[in-house]
Design a protein. Structure first.
Length: 192
């Protein structure tokens, strides 16, 4: 049993922003693998599904990014899912839009959603980092404006391909682990 979490901010004004890449990925997983309808629970939207024999709970926290951990810990506790079976999909400014990285554990890299989850369940969960590029300036205002902005046409195409790759390879992560998933991502990105 796994908890797959897509990070983002609730509200139509954020729907297509860089910070909502996790929500976009969750929506594609929901669609592709025919999950049951979304329900309001655990301060989030949760759907139940099955991917190649693995029971999956798909979660989109509705708490705003900096409180994502509140929703994640409620769902993980209720379903008795350990951190090593939690998979968080999120935006990463340190990667360009055509890059995806995956790993278990590590620091938050300044990502408020990850900081919140780290403090609620420990940092030892799986992370799928989808690149959203970074602003020229690294001051706080530039960063906030960047993550809450939409994508250029070429960046949007890259993000759609990234989300497709993550969705295609998710069964590998569930069955063979993060290292094999990461290897397969590398191969797919070389060929895209």
């Amino acid at each position: 049993m796994f908890l797959v979490v897509g990070l983002g901010n609730p509200g139509a004004q954020y729907a297509t922003s860089r910070h909502n890449v996790g929500f976009m990925a969750a929506d594609e997983i929901f669609r592709r693998y025919n999950f049951a309808p979304w329900r309001n629970k655990f301060d989030g939207l949760i759907a139940e599904g099955n991917i190649e024999g693995e029971k999956i709970y798909l979660l989109k926290p509705q708490t705003f990014m900096n409180l994502s951990g509140n929703s994640v810990v409620k769902a993980a506790s209720f379903y008795k899912i350990l951190p090593q079976n939690v998979i968080v999909i999120h935006d990463d400014m340190d990667l360009p839009t055509e890059k995806i990285k995956a790993k278990t554990g590590g620091g938050s890299g300044g990502h408020n959603g990850l900081k919140s989850i780290d403090s609620c369940i420990s940092p030892e969960y799986n992370r799928i980092r989808i690149g959203v590029g970074h602003p020229v300036n690294r001051d706080e205002e530039s960063i906030v404006n960047h993550v809450l902005s939409g994508f250029s046409k070429s960046d949007k195409q890259n993000i759609e391909k990234d989300i497709e790759i993550v969705t295609d390879l998710l069964p590998i992560l569930l069955k063979k682990g993060i290292a094999e998933f990461s290897n397969r991502i590398g191969m797919k990105l070389q060929n895209k």
